[in-house]
Design a protein. Structure first.
Length: 100
């Protein structure tokens, strides 16, 4: 799986999470996954909730449109984001864009 792929109602993304990583940031990762640094600790779902909020903010969607589908207790997580697949793919690709 690449870092993201289109689905009929949005996109699916793979994210490698670093909890207690300072400030919250969604970054370019490898070709297989995005990277997220979260200030939240992985306790009682706090890091997962912070990840959902961070992804929703970056992609410009409501938190209810972001679903954690796999990896609830793992560092590598899979999420789906509901919305326009092309716009969401552009937002994902913007993480890898080189800005002068």
């Amino acid at each position: 799986m690449t870092a993201w792929r289109a689905t009929p109602d949005g996109i699916a993304i793979a994210v490698r999470v670093t909890p207690r990583g300072g400030r919250d940031a969604l970054l370019a990762g490898t070709e297989d996954h995005l990277a997220a640094r979260l200030s939240a600790a992985p306790v009682d779902g706090a890091a997962n909730a912070a990840l959902v909020a961070l992804v929703a903010k970056h992609f410009g969607v409501a938190k209810r449109d972001v679903t954690l589908v796999a990896g609830q207790t793992a560092r590598l997580k899979r999420l789906t984001i509901a919305g326009d697949p092309q716009a969401l793919a552009r937002a994902a690709a913007s993480l890898y864009a080189v800005v002068p």
